[in-house]
Design a protein around this ligand. Structure first.
Ligand SMILES: NC(=O)c1ccc[n+]([C@@H]2O[C@H](COP(=O)([O-])OP(=O)(O)OC[C@H]3O[C@@H](n4cnc5c(N)ncnc54)[C@H](OP(=O)(O)O)[C@@H]3O)[C@@H](O)[C@H]2O)c1
Length: 243
């Protein structure tokens, strides 16, 4: 039975991530009230696990306290408009954002609570903190680099997570130019990131391996439940999950 505060709208509901968000929503006490696909999608009217109503277009959604978006840069813009129309919070994990999509999210944060994170896992948040600590300790004599690997269908490269980790290293004073962020694509790899620091006579590496998309789906769902009722603004995953 749905209660008002736990009703979520899954945007991009027929994708790899959206399907897992809908399917796992009940396991964290959320209720998927709408599963949204793009206008004209062949999936409209079909069912996804975890949502009682058929897959619909954004214009058909009537209620929901929080929109969870895993779609595309253009989808982010539509998800922002939907969250504004519903007066719902927005949790977006979509990466490879264009300038216009990032600006649209910022604009939405003036009217509703918005959290965007390129990686919803607590492990990656911890790796970002550890990488920053290594960059501070080892200093510029150590050249930093990042190697990331993902499945062959991933659209953006480098991954949003690699960009976030690179930013954490640079902010801590690490030497990490863009050409030392390397991407591999192939197979069904969910997501792997290695941050390395190569210095005189040694190399230090930290690796994160995601073995299931459920990790990201559950992170987004937990964040979504904590975003309900927050005032308009821009929130980080650390703000919301206390990571
Ligand atoms: N933050 C994290 O932790 C995390 C983790 C994993 C993935 N991601 C990111 O999440 C995004 C989705 O990944 P994925 O692997 O699930 O991709 P995917 O399998 O391609 O799914 C994306 C879904 O969004 C739909 N979509 C695209 N544009 C839309 C629009 N304008 N309106 C409505 N639906 C739209 C697509 O529909 P069509 O098939 O009709 O195009 C598709 O069903 C990517 O940016 C990925 O990098 C983030």
């Amino acid at each position: 039975m749905s209660t008002v505060h736990n009703s979520i709208v899954v945007f991009g509901a027929t994708g790899r991530m959206g399907r897992r968000v809908a399917a796992l929503s009940a396991s964290v006490g959320a209720h998927t009230v709408a599963a949204v696909a793009r206008n004209g999608s062949g999936a409209l009217g079909t069912r996804v696990e975890g949502c009682e109503s058929p897959v619909c277009a954004a214009s058909e959604v009537r209620a929901g306290r929080v929109v969870i978006d895993f779609s595309s840069p253009h989808g982010v813009e539509e998800a922002s408009a939907l969250a504004e129309r519903l007066g719902a919070a927005l949790v977006s994990g979509t990466t490879g954002l264009t300038e216009s999509a990032a600006e649209r999210l910022r604009q939405a944060s003036r009217r509703v609570a918005v959290m965007w994170s390129p990686n919803m896992s607590p492990g990656v948040a911890a790796v970002a903190r550890a990488a920053a600590a290594l960059a501070r300790d080892l200093g510029p004599e150590y050249q930093a680099g990042i190697v990331e690997a993902h499945h062959r269908a991933k659209k953006d490269a480098p991954s949003g997570t690699a960009l976030r980790l690179a930013e954490a290293v640079r902010r801590a004073g690490g030497d990490l130019p863009a050409d030392r962020v390397l991407s591999l694509r192939g197979g069904d790899v969910v997501g792997e990131h290695t941050v390395r620091f190569a210095g005189p006579g040694e190399c230090v590496e930290i690796t994160h391996r995601a073995t299931s998309r459920d990790l990201f789906a559950l992170g987004a769902l937990r964040a979504a439940l904590r975003m309900v009722g927050r005032p308009p603004g821009w929130y980080s995953i650390e703000d919301v999950l206390g990571a």
